[in-house]
Write a protein that binds this ligand. Structure first.
Ligand SMILES: Cc1cc2nc3c(=O)[nH]c(=O)nc-3n(C[C@H](O)[C@H](O)[C@H](O)COP(=O)(O)O)c2cc1C
Length: 201
């Protein structure tokens, strides 16, 4: 299969991504699970921001956000995204493209409960991506959320996870003289067989 050895070895792109993330976790100075997340707006204009990937499951990649944020609204209209991990310390990247849907309320609740209280309150206080008059206004919203929701806040209905089901992965590793190694994994639909091709750098 196009000489897929060493760091590229394996039959499961989710397992390879987890393995690379583990290796990055030992090397990166911070946030090895940070990935750029691309969406498109209603005119087709792309949008890109960094999020933290919280799980690479057997068939999905999960992150959490505010459903009413710009990304949340864009995903609601166009439920397809691209993700890109770039690990400078490893000189590798993983590209992922796929469909996206909301995480189950139960799984979002479980993750929300695992967060620090300040972050749980912050999720209530921030109308993510909306204009904000001042930092003081945000701190006031935090105090209000604290008073209202106390020490055991429930998950805000506008905050939770998204599950990306990839239809494509690309594993990239830097090579000498820019002769990089690239392998693309593609499938027509979730559950279908993967087609793997080596790409020119
Ligand atoms: C390292 C890093 C990690 C981030 N993780 C998240 C995250 O997990 N969820 C999130 O909503 N925003 C996260 N952000 C903030 C986003 O980049 C972005 O500012 C925010 O989600 C609003 O994006 P939007 O207006 O396109 O919706 C992170 C930013 C950085 C730099």
């Amino acid at each position: 299969m196009s000489n897929r050895k060493g760091i590229f070895a394996g039959d499961d792109p989710f397992a390879i991504t987890r393995r690379w993330l583990d290796e990055a976790s030992a090397r990166e100075p911070s946030d090895p699970n940070a990935a750029a997340l691309a969406t498109v707006d209603e005119t087709g204009m792309p949008n890109l921001r960094v999020i933290l990937v919280k799980a690479i499951e057997d068939d999905a990649v999960v992150f959490f956000t505010n459903y009413e944020s710009r990304k949340g609204r864009e995903i609601a209209v166009h439920p397809k995204v691209a993700l890109n991990f770039h690990w400078k310390s490893l000189e590798r990247q993983v590209r992922i493209r796929g469909r996206v849907e909301r995480e189950t309320p139960q799984a979002s609740d479980a993750y929300y409960r695992s967060r620090a209280l300040g972050s749980r309150i912050g999720a209530w206080a921030s109308r993510q991506s909306q204009p904000l008059a001042s930092k003081a206004a945000l701190l006031k919203a935090v105090a209000r959320a604290q008073a209202e929701h106390g020490l055991n806040p429930s998950r805000p209905p506008f905050w939770g996870g998204f599950r990306v089901t990839p239809l494509e992965f690309e594993f990239w590793a830097a090579g000498e003289f820019r002769l990089h190694d690239r392998f693309r994994w593609e499938r027509a639909s979730p559950g279908a067989d993967w087609k793997i091709s080596r790409l020119n750098p």
